[in-house]
Design a protein around this ligand. Sequence first.
Ligand code: PCA
Length: 203
Amino acid sequence: MKKILITGFEPFDKEKINPSEEILKQIDQELYPCHIHTRLLPVTVNEAGEMVKEAIESIQPDYLLSLGLSGRISQIALERIAVNLVDARIPDNNGDQPEDMIINTQGPVAYWSSLPIRTLEKNLKAKGLPIYLSYSAGTYICNYVMYTALDYIEEKELKTKSGFIHVPFLPVQCLEHPLRSSMDLNLLMKMINTVIDTFLNEP
Ligand code: PCA
C-alpha cells in the first residue's frame, strides 16, 4: 500500500485557526486504500524544517503533500517551485524574523515540485475546483518547508515525491478580513480527496 504524508501548520500571524490544520483534522484515514500519515508543523524556522525531515525519515512516504494558508489568494495554489531563501515579512511563532537567510548554502537556488502537477491540475479542474499553478510559494515558512523537504529527499536519494499546496482563508476568518477571499472546508476536502486519488492512480 502506498504511504502518503500530509502536513499542515498551526495558526500564525494573529489568526486563531489555520485551514491546513482543519484539513488534517477532517482526513478520514478509513476512506482511502493507502496509509495516510499527518503531521502538524509549528510556524517556526527553528523547528518546522527539522520536523518535516524527521517525518520523511521515519515514514519514508511515496508522496509528501504539504499544506499551508495564504491569506492573499482566492483560489487553491499548486506550488511549482521552492526557493533557497527565507526572508520573513512577519515574525514566526517564536518571534524570529530571518532576513535573506539561505536555507542550504550548499543547495541549489530552487527545486521544482516533484508532484504530478499537470495531472493534479487536470483532475482538480475536472472536479470544478478553482485552482491555479503558482510560481512562488513566498519566502516564509511554507516555502522553507517545501524547500527543506525537497532538499532532504535529494540528499538522501529517496523516491518520495513532494510538493506544496497553499489554500485561502476559511470563511469564518474573513470576519476579520472583509476584503479577502475565502474557501469552504468542504471544497478543500474535495481537493484533498482528488489529490489523494491522483497519487493512488499513478503507476
Ligand atoms: N502559511 C505560511 C506559514 C504557515 C502557513 O500556513 C506561509 O505561507 O509561509
